[in-house]
Design a protein around this ligand. Structure first.
Ligand SMILES: [Zn+2]
Length: 180
């Protein structure tokens, strides 16, 4: 797991529907601890596996006092709604007001393979919805009005250009090794 780095806007993995996890073993547990490390290093409060380049339906959410680790999470029920401006580690300096359910019922597997189900509300419920969106290739910018999209255009292009540059460098690094 050497190539785990934070993926930003423009990286194709952020637009993919992530794959359902079919087994929970040491690889998945390793991934969870890498995710926690990268999230904390970047002062995040939630992270989805595709955001570090891994095609798996796994998210972590930092609720106050507890780090939730959710594998194959599904939102079963939603209640209420509330607008709040959201940011995203994959979209630095971009903020978009997003209308989300206030209260949700979640079902997922935990790292011990146990099926868990719980109801959660408030800010953590919002973060879970944001992370589950990532598993479906959805980003906060998709909720922006046309006017806001126009205003964000240049910033988004800058992030995407930087992402392209990094991906290109990684590709070339691979080629060089091939010819050695
Ligand atoms: Zn995000």
């Amino acid at each position: 797991m050497s190539n785990l780095r934070l993926r930003k806007y423009g990286d194709p993995i952020l637009r993919k529907k992530a794959r359902w996890v079919e087994k929970i073993g040491s690889e998945e547990r390793d991934l969870l601890s890498h995710m926690a490390k990268i999230m904390h290093e970047n002062n995040g409060i939630g992270l989805a596996a595709p955001q570090i380049g891994v095609d798996k339906r796994i998210v972590i959410v930092d609720t106050e006092g507890e780090l939730l680790k959710l594998i194959n999470p599904q939102i079963l029920e939603m209640e209420g709604e509330e607008w709040l401006s959201e940011g995203c580690l994959s979209l630095p300096e971009i903020f978009v007001p997003v209308n989300r359910a206030k209260k949700i019922k979640i079902e997922a597997l935990n790292e011990d393979k146990k099926l868990i189900s719980f109801t959660i509300e408030g800010f953590s419920a919002r973060v879970i919805q944001h992370e589950v969106d990532h598993l479906n290739g959805v980003l906060i910018i998709d909720y922006a009005t046309e006017e806001r999209k126009r205003r964000m255009k240049r910033s988004l292009e800058e992030i995407a250009n930087h992402t392209r540059m990094l991906l290109e460098m990684e590709k070339r690094r691979g080629e060089k090794m091939y010819f050695k």
